[in-house]
Design a protein around this ligand. Structure first.
Ligand code: ADP
Ligand code: MG
Length: 340
C-alpha cells in the first residue's frame, strides 16, 4: 500500500490514536491545530509545527524570499490563532542547498522577522543543515492561552452557525497567478499578495475565544470544504453550507470571470486562506457579532449551520443553493494525490 492511496489524514490517523502514545492528563496531542501543554492551574502552552517544502509549497524563483519568510511564520502562527491563543516564540529549521545565495537567506529572515515584530513572536532557536537539492523549512511556534479560552475542533453542536473571519478563495487565485504565470496587472497583484502574505487572524481568534458561545474553531489551511470535515469528524456532526453566503471578494469574482474558473471551487476547496473557521451557538450570535463589529468594524460571516449526524459511518457535508442541496463530501487538497 502506497501512502498516495490513503492520503495525509488517514495516514495521520494510523499513528495518532494508539494506546502507545496516549498523553498525560490535561495535555492534548495529535488532532487539533496545536498540542496543548498545561502551564499552571489556569493556563496552557500551545505548540504547533508546519513545514514548507520547495516545489510542494513554493517555487523558489517565483516567490520573493522576503514573502516566503513572512508566510512561513504566518502559517504557523495561524494555528495558534485557530485555538484562540497568543503566539509567543518560534523556532525555525532550514535545510539549504549550498549554492543558495546568502542574500536569499537574509531576505527570508527579513520577512520572517517582519511578522515576528508585528505579532511579538520571538525567534528563540532552530537548526540549519545542508540539502542536496531543495529548500526545506520547518517552523515551530509556541503560544499561550488561559484554559477557559481554548477552542478545540471537537465541540460543535447541531444548530450552531458555521462562520468564517474573512472572505475566501483569494489565495487560491493567487496560486493560479503563480502556476499559470499570468500577467501581473493590478487585479492579479492583489490576489498574489493574498497568496504570498497571508496575515494570521490572531486578534480575531483571541477575541472570539473569550466567548463560551464559540463552540469550536480552527484555522483554514486546506479550504473550508476539507477543514470543516475535521470539525464535523471530531464533533460527531454534519454540516450544511449555504453557497450564496460564502463570502468572496470582488477581485476574485472578476478573476474567475476573466480566466473561467469556478468561483465556489476556489472559495471552498482552494486553501491557504489562513483565516478562521468557527461554530457559534445561535443564541450568542447577537452578542458576539456586536462585540466583533465594535472590535473589527465588520460583521461575522455566517456561511451555514451544523446539523445532526445522519450516517453512522461518515460525516456528511452538503451545500445548499437556490437550486437545492448538493452532497459534496469529496474533493480537497490531498498531499499524496498522484497528479497526471
Ligand atoms: P494543520 O493543518 O492545522 O497544521 P495538520 O493537518 O498538519 O494540521 O495536522 C493535523 C494534526 O496531526 C496536528 O495535530 C498535527 O500535530 C498532527 N500531525 C501531522 N503530522 C504528524 C506526524 N507526522 N506525526 C505526528 N503528528 C502529526
Ligand atoms: Mg490548522
Amino acid at each position: 500500500l502506497e501512502i498516495s492511496e490513503i492520503g495525509e489524514f488517514e495516514l495521520i490517523n494510523k499513528f495518532a490514536n494508539t494506546k502507545k502514545n496516549s498523553v498525560p492528563q490535561g495535555f492534548l496531542g495529535i488532532g487539533d491545530d496545536c498540542a496543548v501543554i498545561p502551564k499552571d492551574d489556569n493556563n496552557s502552552f500551545l505548540v504547533t509545527t508546519d513545514m514548507l517544502i520547495e516545489d510542494i509549497h513554493f517555487i523558489r524563483n517565483r516567490i520573493d524570499p522576503v514573502d516566503l519568510g513572512f508566510k512561513s511564520l504566518a502559517v504557523n502562527v495561524s494555528d495558534i490563532a485557530g485555538m484562540g491563543g497568543i503566539p509567543v516564540a518560534s523556532f525555525v529549521s532550514l535545510s539549504l542547498p549550498g549554492d543558495l545565495s546568502v542574500e536569499w537567506v537574509e531576505n527570508f529572515y527579513r520577512g520572517y522577522n517582519e511578522l515576528g515584530a508585528l505579532e511579538n513572536v520571538h525567534l528563540l532557536g532552530g537548526d540549519t543543515t545542508g540539502s542536496k537539492m531543495s529548500i526545506a523549512i520547518s517552523i515551530t511556534v509556541l503560544g499561550e492561552i488561559s484554559n477557559d479560552k481554548i477552542k478545540y475542533r471537537s465541540n460543535a453542536r447541531p444548530g450552531d452557525l458555521i462562520c468564517v473571519t474573512d472572505k475566501l478563495g483569494d489565495s487560491s487565485a493567487g496560486l493560479k497567478v503563480v502556476l499559470d504565470e499570468l500577467e501581473e496587472n493590478e487585479l492579479n497583484q492583489y490576489l498574489l499578495s493574498r497568496h504570498v502574505r497571508p496575515y494570521p487572524h490572531v486578534k480575531k481568534g483571541s477575541m472570539l475565544s473569550r466567548f463560551p458561545g464559540v463552540t469550536s474553531m480552527m484555522d483554514i489551511s486546506d479550504g473550508i470544504g476539507s477543514d470543516f470535515k475535521h470539525i464535523a469528524n471530531l464533533s460527531g456532526v454534519d454540516g450544511v453550507f449555504h453557497l450564496e453566503k460564502i463570502p468572496v471578494t470582488q477581485p476574485l469574482i472578476d478573476f474567475c470571470k476573466q480566466y473561467n474558473y469556478n468561483l465556489y471551487d476556489m472559495a471552498i476547496y482552494g486553501g491557504e486562506d489562513y483565516s478562521l473557521l468557527f461554530t457559534l451557538s445561535p443564541c450568542s450570535y447577537e452578542l458576539i457579532d456586536k462585540a466583533y463589529e465594535e472590535a473589527f468594524g465588520e460583521h461575522i460571516h455566517v456561511i451555514g449551520e451544523v446539523t445532526e449526524k445522519q450516517d453512522k459511518n461518515r460525516n456528511r457535508i452538503s451545500f445548499k443553493t437556490e437550486k437545492g442541496v448538493i452532497d459534496m463530501s469529496e474533493g480537497s487538497f490531498n498531499h499524496f494525490r498522484k497528479r497526471n
